[in-house]
Ligand binder design. Sequence first.
Ligand code: NAD
Length: 365
Amino acid sequence: MHVMADLPTRVVPANTLRDFVAAIFRKAGCDAAEAGRIALQLLSANLTGHDSHGVIRVTRYIEDIRTGRTRVGQSVTVVCESPTHAVLDGNYGFGQSIGPQAVDIGIAKARAAGLAVVALRNSAHLGRIGDWGERAAAAGLVSIHFVNARASRLVAPFGGTARRFSTNPVCIGIPPLAGKPMLLLDMATSIVAEGKVFVASNGGKPLPAGALIGPDGKPSSDPVTLYGPLVPNGPRRSSEGKGALRAFGEHKGSGLAFMCEILAGALCGGGVSGPTTDPFANGMLSIYLDPERFGARDFAARTMDYVAYVKTSPTAEGVEEVLAPGEPEARNRATRLAQSVPLQVAVWANLCTAATELGVAIPPA
Ligand code: NAD
């Protein structure tokens, strides 16, 4: 393994981190509302334990503003719509601004018609997709999201070694059940999200065996396979590595990743992760369903009973408890809100460098 030794962490209270990140984006050119949204969503990823989609992204996002890949202050454009669907263009605006607008259009239509489909193209990074499932769930809706990332080929198809898909997350959110953690499946279709290779390359949690595949067709868990030689605290460019991420679940996960390209890329109109000169963009096909319009008045009670039943399963060797989707995130959020957010030293150092360059004061950590 070429990862650096496990590094100590800095611990930052959630509010301090949110305000610090918001101040950085304010100076980088966002208005106060957009800077606040970006900070809140990155913090949400850290709080739920998805550090790969948290404040580790700040330096990349700022580079994206500088290069024009992401545009500040954008709104969605409605390409076409009907009472039950909308096709939206995100105009390369921040996913933290475009995502909530797209979800809110889906919520409004599904409340009126019982269901709605929203096809979003050309959004900058939409971050943790679970946030969008949670937003719909808070409005009482079931939602299903298929996502792709054009110009971000990272994952080899089942049986292949060359990159053909992006990490293509799928998310399903269920409206909150009284007093229970929210049911939320939110997962990349690669064994790990690219950001987890990024975290591992900085000395964080090592990758599971075989998360990557080399050009020689051999499974690997070494971040070098994706990024090439690692410079301490240096940038990680997936274009430098010769290998690929692997899809989860062999041919089945690979098939799901394939279909995300078709649904979120081809159908939404932004494009698939094939060879392209177009810049990075997330596409997202979202389906919103109002459970009250399905004649299932006991939907919440049945769901709660079923969750409880599933959790009564005896555990496998070495496992303490059977968890429902979304439970690990809910537990992490409660812990990190109470105890502050642990950040790798390299992540904190990069945040401080970005802040200093932009003239933002660094809070104590
Ligand atoms: P993961 O592997 O940590 O978790 C996936 C899902 O499994 C979650 O719903 C979680 O609740 C559930 N889970 C985890 N442990 C469990 C357990 N022991 N029992 C039951 N359920 C359990 O997540 P991931 O695949 O690494 O994805 C990380 C994040 O990256 C997601 O938020 C995803 O939306 C995001 N992502 C975004 C993009 C993008 O282009 N915007 C691309 C890829 C991934």
